[in-house]
Design a protein around this ligand. Structure first.
Ligand SMILES: [Zn+2]
Length: 92
């Protein structure tokens, strides 16, 4: 009791990725916020999982739509502010 360690060393197949994680990654991919390894694992999952493939397509569509809307809104609002130059750190 109280032992929080979970081990799965008894020959159980380690699933490469859960559906939830695949969908989360699909979302992150749209943001360009994934590593190459994550992308590889995701595409491997999508190859064998039509459900997540469909989901990922819908996510991509949704994110693309959101981007278009926010871009339009920004354009309509006049000028957008560029991010500050990355030299805000004081010299040591
Ligand atoms: Zn899946």
């Amino acid at each position: 009791m109280g032992d929080a360690k979970v081990r799965r060393s008894d020959g159980t197949k380690v699933r490469p990725m859960s559906h939830a994680r695949a969908r989360l990654l699909a979302y992150k991919t749209c943001d360009g916020d994934v590593t190459f390894d994550e992308l590889k694992a995701l595409s491997r999952h999508l190859q064998g999982c039509p459900a997540c493939r469909k989901e990922a397509g819908e996510i991509a569509e949704f994110v693309g739509m959101m981007r278009r809307v926010s871009r339009r809104r920004r354009a309509r609002g006049g000028h957008c502010n560029p991010p500050p130059p990355p030299r805000m750190l004081p010299p040591r």
